[in-house]
Ligand binder design. Structure first.
Ligand code: SF4
Length: 285
């Protein structure tokens, strides 16, 4: 699934010239460089979130992944960042730090058939560059495939690599998920997937909130979300917290014109309600 707002590509087109799967990103929020791994160069996702920033998004799954090419690209990118002049020439002072490798692309990464092999490959490369335990490995996912054994296999491998899952959780109602994520997945099933992910690998909820036709999420939507947070706490599901995002970058989808950012104060007030319901919450307007 695509990165959310606070990550700003630096010379994205040039940097990624010649690379299919790997690209560098400077994160304002984290004050450092993230190496992105895109397993969906075909812009295919099984969801179609109304705020998605992927241009020409289509429904579908990741294509066959050329693992040898992915490994060569990752090694070349890390060599440039750690041993070349990438930081000096491309990254502003204050952000010249490698923070993480993030599986975050133009679609749902866990739809790649070789997802666990990709995690293994990244683990091997991290070890060779002496990065194991020093940087994070982040998976940005809509979580819809977590019940598949191969995805669980990959999440278990991620946990051993200082891994973190950012699990998309915009709505806890069927109508909300239909309207925001354009999926017919049952919220109850999605909750079970969230619980499974959190038990396999440290997991954060990643929530995007915005105004639709000028209106913030309705009261029952907000109440259902907060009830899900309380349920997480009561059932002691080891979710680390909530990353609450606004709409800092424009949607590339047909509904884009109906979406607008919520005031920072609205997001902060909702984060306070999340904290009161039992989970830590960080806001990125
Ligand atoms: S999960 Fe949503 S935001 Fe992520 S790539 Fe798919 S459609 Fe885009």
């Amino acid at each position: 699934m695509a990165r959310t707002a606070p990550l700003t590509p630096v010379n994205h087109d040039r940097d990624s010239a010649g690379m299919t799967y790997v690209y560098p990103v400077v994160s304002r929020r984290a004050g450092g460089v993230s190496v992105g791994v895109n397993l969906n160069p075909n812009n295919a996702c099984n969801w179609a979130c109304v705020y998605c920033q992927v241009p020409n998004l289509v429904r579908g799954t990741a294509p066959e992944i050329d693992l040898a090419q992915l490994e060569a690209e990752l090694r070349a990118m890390l060599t440039g960042i750690l041993h070349g002049d990438f930081m000096k020439t491309r990254v502003p002072e204050g952000a010249r730090r490698l923070n993480d490798i993030a599986l975050s692309g133009n679609g749902e990464p866990t739809s790649a058939r070789v997802f666990p092999q990709v995690i293994e490959l990244i683990g091997r490369v991290m070890a060779d560059f002496k990065l194991t335990g020093k940087i994070k490995l982040v998976l940005i996912t809509n979580g819809s495939l977590v019940d598949r054994p191969r995805v669980q296999d990959g999440l278990g491998k991620m946990a051993a690599l200082n891994g973190e899952v950012w699990f998309k959780f915009d709505s806890a109602t069927a109508s909300g998920m239909r309207s925001v994520n354009q999926t017919r997945i049952a919220p109850e099933k999605q909750f079970d997937r969230l619980a499974a992910a959190a038990r396999l690998c440290p997991t954060w909820l990643q929530t995007c909130m915005f105004a639709l036709d000028g209106k913030p999420p309705a009261e029952p939507e907000q109440a259902a979300y907060l009830a899900a947070v309380e349920r997480i706490r009561k059932q002691q599901i080891p979710v680390r917290g909530v990353l609450l995002y606004g709409l800092a970058r424009p949607s590339m989808q047909p509904h884009a014109g109906r979406l607008s950012p919520l005031p920072a104060g609205w997001l902060e007030a909702f984060a306070e309600k999340i904290r009161a319901a039992g989970l830590p919450a960080q806001v990125s307007p």
